[in-house]
Write a new protein. Structure first.
Length: 148
């Protein structure tokens, strides 16, 4: 089990150094490791409803995801990543659990890399449309229905 502390912050609650370290982790995983050239800094990190949920050890981010409030009222989880040095220790699952605790009983959606579909199903997500290519990686839209 990974010993990283998990926290949730709005953009205004992030100090500049932590924000830099979080964006660096995202770039290292998505742009460099997965070879996806895309505009990671899309403006959504600054939105008032966005939550940055991340794990860190001694101020160094080990995993990250963001929670977005979509215009239609649904919540979107995105940018889920774990530093290579902290993979296979259950950290991604802890991060998702923290995010879902924060979301509560409302519906949420995400675009899962297709090979991770079954992993997201463990958290109550179901496929909600056909596979699609995003930056050369197959993804599948998934939805977690609101609790009854």
């Amino acid at each position: 089990m990974d010993s990283s502390e998990i926290v949730s912050r709005s953009f205004s609650e992030l100090d500049p150094e932590m924000a830099y370290r979080l964006w660096r982790l995202r770039a290292d995983v998505f742009v460099v490791e997965q070879d996806c050239v895309y505009p990671d800094l899309d403006g959504r990190d600054l939105e008032p409803g966005t939550r940055h949920v991340f794990a860190h050890e001694d101020g160094e981010p080990t995993a990250y995801l963001r929670i977005l409030a979509e215009p239609d009222g649904v919540v979107r989880i995105g940018r889920v990543c774990v530093a290579p040095t902290h993979r296979s220790a259950g950290l991604a699952g802890r991060l998702m659990t923290a995010a879902l605790d924060e979301i509560g009983d409302g519906a949420s959606v995400l675009g899962a890399q297709a090979h991770l579909r079954e992993w997201y199903e463990r958290f109550g997500y179901v496929v909600d449309g056909p596979e699609y290519d995003e930056d050369g990686i197959l993804h599948v839209p998934m939805r977690r229905p609101a609790a009854a």
